[in-house]
Every structure is written in C-alpha cells, then in structure tokens.
Design a protein around this ligand. Structure first.
Ligand SMILES: *[C@@H]1O[C@H](CO)[C@@H](O)[C@H](O)[C@H]1NC(C)=O
Ligand SMILES: *[C@@H]1O[C@H](CO)[C@@H](O)[C@H](O)[C@H]1NC(C)=O
Ligand SMILES: *[C@@H]1O[C@H](CO)[C@@H](O)[C@H](O)[C@H]1NC(C)=O
Ligand SMILES: *[C@@H]1O[C@H](CO)[C@@H](O)[C@H](O)[C@H]1NC(C)=O
Ligand SMILES: *[C@@H]1O[C@H](CO)[C@@H](O)[C@H](O)[C@H]1NC(C)=O
Ligand SMILES: *[C@@H]1O[C@H](CO)[C@@H](O)[C@H](O)[C@H]1NC(C)=O
Ligand SMILES: *[C@@H]1O[C@H](CO)[C@@H](O)[C@H](O)[C@H]1NC(C)=O
Ligand SMILES: *[C@@H]1O[C@H](CO)[C@@H](O)[C@H](O)[C@H]1NC(C)=O
Ligand SMILES: *[C@@H]1O[C@H](CO)[C@@H](O)[C@H](O)[C@H]1NC(C)=O
Ligand SMILES: *[C@@H]1O[C@H](CO)[C@@H](O)[C@H](O)[C@H]1NC(C)=O
Length: 882
C-alpha cells in the first residue's frame, strides 16, 4: 500500500518535472526508486536473519541523519522508565542516585519490511548502526556507570526499541528542613540535548501510575529510601513554531526511612538531655556536678560532629534537627553555668557580705511564695541579742578585779580568767563560722529559686545572515535528508582539516555557556566542580547548500564527522564525565553549533582566609590548545550579564555555594613559539552559604569559651577544676578535628576561623595551667614559708588596688601571729614556770583545785594555739593565692 502510494507520487512528480517517453520513464523509475522513495522497503532473498541483515545494510549508511523522509517531520520519541533502585542521596552535594531501566521508542521512517517475506517481524542489531535520539536527563551530572547494552530492536514497521540501564546521579534540590523525616521531590527532565522541538518531540510511553506500580514491584532493595510515587508533567508551549526544546519531566517522591536516625541520633541525645536534667538531683556539695556536666557536653559535641558530616549547608533553611541539637547544647551550657554559679555560692558565699535586705525580701518572700519554696524558719533574732547581753553580763561579773580576794584565790581566778578568754576566743571563732554559713544559706536559697527545675528556552540566535561567500555549494539530488547526507559526504572526508578555503583566514569560534550547577569546592585539593552547558559556534567554509533544493536549512549530524575546534578549559583537571551528546547542528550557510554538557573540575586558587564567610573568584579560561591567533580567534557569543541571568534562573540546587557574579576578560597571551594565542577568561564568583557553619561550629565554640571563662567561679578548693577544664579542652579538640577535615593546608594564610579556634584553645590551656598552679598553691601553700614582704607589698597592695581586690581586714593580733615561735616559747616558759612552782604557797585543797584548773588551762591553751596556727597558716595560704 505504502509503496504504491509513494510510487504514484513519484510518477506524478516525474511527469511534472520532465515529460519523457514511458520506457525511459520506467527505467528511470526503477533506477531512482531507492533514492527517491525514502522509505526503503527491504526485500529479503529468503526468510532468514542473514538475508535480512544483508537487505538492511544500505540503511546503516544513513545512521548519521535523523531517519525521516521529509525534514519537517518530527521524530516522536516515547519514553518511560522503571525505577529499579534508589541507591542514595548525597545531601552535601545535593544529589540523588538512582538506577533506572530506560525505554525509548521511535520510528525509523527509512525502513520497513514484510514480516512474512523475511521470516521475522523484529531483529536486534547494534545500536551504533542506527541513529539514536540524544535524549538526556537534564539533571544527570555524572557518568553512566551501568553496564552498557549495545543492541536495539528494529521492528518490521520501522519502530525502534532502545532499552538500557542507567545509573543516574542527578542533582535534586533536597529539602532537609524536616530531616530525618523528610520527603524529597526530585525531578527527571527528559529532553533531547540539542534537537529543537521541530525535530524531536518527547511523549510519555506509559502512564505514570503504571510506572509507579511497576517500579514498586521490581524494587528489591530496602535501603534508606522508599519510593512514594512518580508523576509526570509536560509543559505545553502556546506557540508551536518548534523553536524550543521539548521536555518531559517526572517527579519522583521518596521518603527517608528514619528509624536508624531516630535510634542513632535522636534517642541518644534525648537520653543525654534527660541525664542533664536529672543531674540537678546530684547533691552539689558532695559531687563534682560541673565536671559531670562538662563531660555531657563533650558527648554532645560528638553529635554535632556527626551532623556536620551528614547535612548539607544550604542557605535558606536550617534543618529542625540542627535547631534541636543547638537548643540542647544551649540548655546544657546554661545548666552548666548555673551549676558553676551555685557551686560558687555554696562554697564562697560565706565570705560574702550578708544578703541585702531588699534582695532577701524580694526573692525569698515574694518569689519564694510564687514557687512555694519552703520558708526557712528564722531563728529568733532575740537569741543574738540575748547572747551578747549574756556575754556582757558575764564580762561585768568577771570584770571587777579582785582586790578583796586572797592571793591563792587570785591565782585560781587568774587561771579561770585565762581559761575563759581562751574559751571566748574559740567561741567567737566558731560563731563567726556559723554566721557565715547562715548568710551563705540565704544566698543559695535566693539562687535556687531561679533555677528550679530548564531548562531555559534555548536561545536560538539565527545567525543565518552570514554572507554565503566563497564556500562550496553542495547540490542535493532530492529535497530529502538522505540526499543531503549524500551531498555532505565529501565534507566528511575533509573533517581532519580546519574548514577554511584560505589557510590564512582565521576561524572565529564563539563561546558561551550556562552554569547549571555548582557541585562543590574541594578546599584541600583546591578544586571547584561545576556543571556547565557549553556551546561553541563556528563556520565551516566547506558547507553550504540551498535550503530549497535540499528541503531543509539545517540538519543534525554526529560531531565526529566534522572538524571541531580544540577548545579546552585551561583549569580543567579531569576527564569530562558528563553524559555524552553526539550531535551538532549544521546550517545551510556553514554555521556549526556544537553543544555539550561538561562537568568541569577546575583548579582554583581558593582563598579561605575568611572561612566560612568566604567568596571565591575562580576562572574558567577557554582557549584553543594548539591553534594560535592567526588560525583561531575566540569571542563571547552573548553578553556575560545574560549568561549570569540564565545561570541563576536554571540553577536548581540550593547547595553550599551560591553564584553571585560572572565577568569576562579577553586576553592575548604569547605562546612559547612567540605567536600570540587568544584566551577568553570567565571569572565565576561564588559565595559560601555560612549559616550551618555558624550554627554547627561558631556558636558551640563560643559556648565553650563562655563556660571556660565562667569556670573561674568554681571554688578551687572543693571541686577538681583542672579535670573540668581538661574535659573542656577535649571537647574543643573535637571542633579542631572538624576544622581539620574542612580546611586545606595552605602555606601563606591561615583562616581567621582557625586563628580564632587556636586562640580559644590557647586561652583554655592558659586557664588550665593557671588552675593547676592555683590548685598546687591551695594544697601546698600552708606549708610554704610566709609570703615575702616585697611580694606582699607589690602584689597585694599595689596590684590589688589596681584590680580592686578587696583588702583583707588585718587581724588585730597580727603582730603576735607574725612570730608564732616566740609565742610558743612564751607559753612553754609559762608552763615550765608553773611546773617548777608547785603549790607550797597555798593550802592543800586549793592547791589541788588549782592544779586541776591549771592542767585544764594548759589543754585549752594548747587547743587555742593549734587553732591560731591553723588560722595563720590559712591566712598565709590565702595571701599566696591572692
Ligand atoms: C522489493 O520488492 C517489491 C515487490 O515485491 C518491489 O516492488 C521493490 O522494488 C523491491 N525493493 C527493493 C529495494 O528491491
Ligand atoms: C556506504 O557508504 C560507504 C562509504 O561511506 C560506501 O563505500 C558504501 O558503498 C555504502 N554502502 C551502501 C550500501 O550504500
Ligand atoms: C515536507 O512537508 C512539508 C509540510 O508537511 C511540505 O510542505 C513539503 O513539500 C514536504 N517536502 C517534501 C520534499 O516532500
Ligand atoms: C508526532 O506528534 C505530533 C504531535 O502529537 C503529531 O502531530 C505528529 O503527527 C506525530 N508524528 C509522527 C511521525 O507520529
Ligand atoms: C514536585 O515538584 C514539582 C515542581 O518542582 C511540583 O510541580 C510537583 O507538584 C511536586 N510534587 C509533589 C508531590 O509535591
Ligand atoms: C496500565 O496498565 C494496565 C494493566 O497493567 C493497562 O490496562 C493500562 O492500559 C496501562 N495504562 C497505560 C496508560 O499504559
Ligand atoms: C552545484 O550546482 C551548481 C549549479 O547549479 C554548480 O555550479 C556547482 O558546481 C555544483 N556543485 C557541486 C558540488 O556539484
Ligand atoms: C589568502 O588570503 C591572503 C590574504 O587574505 C591572500 O593574500 C592570499 O592570496 C590568499 N590565498 C589564496 C590562495 O586565495
Ligand atoms: C573573524 O573575526 C574577525 C575579527 O572580528 C573578523 O575580521 C573576521 O572577518 C571574522 N572572520 C569570519 C570568517 O567571520
Ligand atoms: C576576580 O579576579 C580577577 C583577577 O584575578 C579580577 O579581574 C576580577 O575582578 C575578580 N572578580 C571579582 C568579582 O572580584
């Protein structure tokens, strides 16, 4: 049927063209039929595969062109896929890694056969013998590492079925706000990389529900991610001039299985928080609560370390879990500070001045009522007064010296008096201590209160105004693609030379690109990884045809058949692992448009001085690797502002880096042989989104520094402050560890952040050393010789006044204490005298009483001396400490 129709048309065409005698006409028809009638009916000599292959051989010569009879016919590619596995998500670089079975169907209009004649209705043949559409997934950023499948099926009606597995590493804007309970909505956009909609259209081959169902059936892995659904979406463009790239997008929703994160991160951190809260039950007097809490915080920083490894740094949102962790840390730090404060009060408030009246009234009575603090039963104030009056009375009783008393009696009374004095002194001392502890209790109560628990529409610049100069005119025998291909064949043989007629004419190459993604920066290796859509344009002087004669003004042919300029990016350090796109557009005036995606791993001098608030300025220098200026010149196609605008529009991911600027400079540099070469240098300016670094690094380290500073409030006597500080330093090294992973080792500049962290560490170490010194003084200074006079003068009086140190009220008996040895001698002399003079002076009874009293007095005096010695020791130690 088909054949009859076409031959009919051919005949009519022939008649209109040239009226010829019927016999000649018939001969011509027979000769011309393969070329004229483009859909070649393949005739098999016998119904076997080899015969079919032989019959198909002419078709293979036309694999370079899109298999259509009329260039205005669109090739409709229907596509679907099965999601076989979700391999993972890389939050840091915002990538989704999946494994797909892709299916494409399209029609090859150049071939059909009779299934009965050839014995089969389909045959599998190597893919490279056919034209295949250059369908790519736009978000695909990496090499396809799935095993290659080299065959396609060809059906008798010309349909081609191409199926292949693809490991897709696609960029996806990951929303990690609700991590680990997040659902990600990732997009796969299928489109032809270079063909416009007037050449290739994409259709859905299977309903999205069926794709979802099939995918859920075949998916065998039970990994971190679970497929929810797949929906499809096709943009409808109002105008249908075909000057756009047709695309079909699928939205894939996947959900994270959060159990492991809950078990590994959330539950332990809840445990830690619970422990922290319950640690208030620890009696602050007996247990070192602050060291305990510090260790808890150390445990917590380890969690922050894990989070830092897991989560991406995106500018817009901070994940809730990070907020949670930071809040937990803040809570722990405040509770630690509170503990330090309380411990300080507990041990230090005895030396404080009594609680001011207004504080006592306000806090204890007013706030205390609010939180139902049990009212402290006040000791009746009278007792103090009573006591002092009693003292006074007693003094009055003792007061009058006994003139009227006897000498013997006088001795006993003297003894008694000295005894009384000793007792009084002891009592006073004890009372002082008691009094202090009472005021301290009030302070503590006062404080306990507070703390109860597109893809862009491809800009089609029709640069068809080029004057068709001296270039070769190609003549098509027929206005159809196969004859155009035939006409182009001589050009393909010239693909190894630069396509100019006169070698002294330079080839002008125009360059532009769209920055589709910033995949990351490797500070250690000083690399910037970007993904660009690169576009080159140049003129091929060997090509030129009449669009009317050949039926089309443009054609896509494989790049490898043409000469392509050796434009490289100088900073490029690795092989291009972007998906391979084989075709280029060729226009009837000789203009060649070559586009391909490039994953650029470029070296860049990274300036990390202001990390994490750094802005990097990296260059991408396009130049010809070999050709000098006389042979090749390089120009930008469109203004750099437009490149910036388009790039910011299409950039889908909100990763760590944000594109903020682009500028271009054209340079002429001398090559080694003296001839200059041209270079187009683009400066890409990117800024780091610092929020997460601030939350994860800066704020916690500020917390730790605060803790370190306030830890001086800890009483050095009762608590092992050095242990506490050591734990703090240990926690700090965790931060240094994170920084070490992040930052490069460059010789010249040290990042400010590192300086900050090092300063903090230095401060902590200094304070630890100071603590060690103080602890040493505290334990040992009582045995030290008394502080030298000049030190005391200089430090206590001079420096003390400078820093407002409270002057210690000197004891009245200071002079006596300054020479305890003399006192001892006096005492022992007295005792010896007493021993030497036993009682022959008085009556026997009185003597006995006197002796008793004396021995008692001796005991008391010894006690008193002991006490004095201790006090003096502690005073000298206090002086040392001060
Ligand atoms: C194939 O056979 C048909 C008739 O069976 C004939 O009309 C046609 O010309 C043949 N085609 C080729 C390429 O030989
Ligand atoms: C295919 O093209 C090659 C040259 O490219 C030619 O030698 C060969 O004869 C052609 N085959 C057919 C069947 O046209
Ligand atoms: C191709 O198709 C267009 C419109 O469909 C038609 O105008 C043109 O004549 C056709 N060309 C050939 C060579 O058949
Ligand atoms: C391709 O799809 C377009 C739009 O649906 C349709 O008009 C055209 O006929 C189709 N072409 C073929 C060859 O099926
Ligand atoms: C996924 O995102 C696309 C746009 O990015 C949106 O059109 C679609 O509705 C989203 N799907 C779901 C289920 O939210
Ligand atoms: C989906 O699958 C069902 C049966 O599996 C089939 O009947 C239906 O036609 C399919 N729908 C599409 C749009 O392919
Ligand atoms: C194409 O045809 C023109 C005349 O129509 C002729 O001058 C020219 O040489 C031909 N070119 C080729 C490559 O045959
Ligand atoms: C090539 O061009 C140069 C200058 O444009 C000219 O001097 C020279 O004659 C040309 N050579 C040929 C073969 O046309
Ligand atoms: C290439 O560019 C130079 C400088 O702009 C211009 O003089 C020359 O004509 C251009 N060559 C072509 C083939 O366009
Ligand atoms: C980037 O650096 C180049 C030279 O090193 C300079 O010309 C350009 O202005 C810089 N760009 C920005 C945004 O600083």
């Amino acid at each position: 049927m088909d054949k009859d129709l076409t031959s009919d048309i051919m005949i009519s065409k022939d008649t209109t063209l040239k009226p010829l005698p019927p016999t000649v006409r018939l001969v011509m028809f027979l000769i011309l039929i393969p070329a004229l009638c483009s859909a070649i009916e393949v005739n098999c000599s016998e119904p076997t595969q080899p015969a079919l292959l032989e019959a198909l051989t002419p078709i293979f010569n036309m694999s370079a062109i899109r298999p259509v009879v009329n260039m205005t016919t669109r090739t409709n590619v229907s596509t679907f896929f099965t999601l076989y596995g979700i391999l993972g998500v890389d939050e840091k670089s915002q990538l989704l890694i999946t494994y797909l079975w892709l299916d494409y169907w399209w029609k090859n209009e150049l071939v059909f056969w009779d299934p009965n004649q050839c014995g089969t209705d389909k045959i599998s043949l190597p893919r490279d013998k056919f034209w295949v559409p250059d369908i790519v997934i736009n978000e695909f950023m990496d090499e396809n590492t799935a095993p290659p499948v080299p065959y396609v099926y060809l059906y008798s009606n010309g349909m081609v079925h191409d199926a292949q597995p693809v490991k897709v590493v696609s960029s996806c804007n990951l929303d990690i706000y609700t991590f680990p309970f997040d659902i990600q909505n990732c997009t796969f956009t299928f489109n032809s990389y270079i063909h416009l909609a007037m050449d290739i259209m994409i259709f859905l081959g299977k309903s999205a529900e069926n794709i979802t169902k099939k995918s859920k059936n075949v998916m065998t892995t039970m990994g971190e991610w679970e497929l929810l659904d797949i929906t499809s979406h096709k943009d409808k463009y109002g105008h249908d001039d075909g000057q756009y790239i047709d695309e079909l997008s699928f939205h894939i929703r996947v959900r994270r299985r959060a159990t492991l994160y809950v078990v590994n991160l959330l539950i332990p951190s809840c445990f830690l928080i619970t422990v922290d809260l319950f640690s208030f039950l620890l009696p602050p007097q007996t247990v070192d609560r602050s060291s305990f809490k510090m260790t808890l915080i150390l445990g917590y920083t380890v969690f922050l370390l894990i989070m830092n490894d897991l989560l991406p740094i995106t500018g817009n949102t901070i994940p809730l879990i990070n907020v949670f962790f930071s809040l937990c840390l803040a809570l722990m730090v405040t509770s630690l500070l509170e503990t330090i404060f309380i411990t300080n009060l507990l041990s230090g408030s005895a030396d404080f001045s009594p609680l001011p009246r207004w504080v006592r009234v306000f806090v204890l009575q007013f706030l205390g009522c609010l939180v139902c603090l049990p009212q402290k039963t006040k000791e009746p104030k009278g007792s103090d007064i009573k006591f002092s009056t009693a003292m006074a009375q007693r003094k009055a009783d003792e007061g009058p010296p006994g003139e009227m008393m006897l000498v013997a009696e006088g001795k006993a009374v003297q003894e008694l008096r000295s005894l009384g004095r000793d007792l009084q002194a002891i009592r006073l001392q004890v009372e002082q201590q008691l009094c202090g502890s009472k005021s301290s209790k009030e302070w503590i109560q006062c404080c306990l209160l507070k703390v109860k628990p597109s893809k862009v529409l491809f800009i089609f610049i029709s640069v068809l105004m080029y004057a068709s100069c001296s270039s070769i005119m190609l003549n098509c025998s027929q206005p159809d693609p196969p004859s155009l291909l035939d006409a182009l064949r001589p050009v393909f043989t010239l693909s190894s030379i630069r396509p100019v007629m006169n070698m002294s004419t330079p080839t002008n190459v125009s360059i532009d690109f769209i920055l589709f993604g910033i995949l990351g920066v490797d500070e250690k290796a000083q690399l910037l990884t970007t993904y660009i859509w690169q576009k080159l344009e140049w003129r091929n002087d060997f090509i030129g045809w009449d669009p009317d004669q050949c039926g089309s003004s443009r054609i896509t042919i494989p790049r490898k058949l043409l000469w392509v300029p050796d434009v490289v990016i100088n900073e490029f350090m690795e092989k291009n692992s972007a998906p391979f796109v084989p075709y280029s557009y060729v226009y009837s005036d000789g203009l060649v448009q070559d586009e391909q995606p490039v994953k650029v791993v470029s070296s860049c001098r990274l300036d990390i001085y202001t990390f994490p608030f750094d802005v990097q300025n990296c260059s991408l220098s396009f130049n010809s690797y070999l050709h000098r200026m006389a042979a090749m010149q390089i120009f930008p196609t469109i203004p750099v502002e437009e490149i910036l605008k388009f790039s910011q529009e299409v950039m889908a991911t909100m990763g760590e880096w944000e594109l903020i600027g682009l500028s271009v400079k054209k340079l002429q540099l001398p090559a080694s042989d003296g001839e200059p070469y041209e270079e187009l240098r683009f400066f890409v300016t990117v800024r780091r989104r610092a929020t997460l670094y601030v939350v994860n690094l800066l704020i916690p380290s500020c917390f730790l520094i605060t803790v370190d500073l306030l830890s001086f409030l800890l009483p050095p006597k009762s608590i092992d402050r050095s242990l506490f500080k050591m734990t703090l330093i240990l926690g700090y090294t965790v931060f240094l560890l994170i920084m070490n992973d992040l930052l490069p080792i460059t010789g010249e500049t040290i990042p400010l952040m590192n300086v900050f962290l090092s300063l903090c560490l230095g401060m902590m170490v200094a304070s630890l050393l100071e603590t060690i010194l103080i602890t040493n003084l505290l334990c040992g200074s009582a045995h030290y010789p008394p502080i030298p006079r000049w030190v005391r003068l200089f430090v206590l009086h001079f420096l003390g006044r400078l820093v407002g140190l409270p002057q210690k009220p000197r004891d009245l008996e200071d002079t006596v204490f300054q020479n305890p040895a003399a006192q001892d001698i006096k005492v022992s002399f007295l005792v010896a005298e007493d021993n030497q003079a036993p009682g022959p002076k008085g009556p026997l009874d009185e003597d006995k009483a006197l002796q008793e009293l004396r021995s008692l007095g001796k005991d008391l005096q010894a006690l008193h001396n002991q006490l004095k010695k201790q006090t003096s020791g502690s005073q000298s130690s206090e002086e040392w400490i001060q």
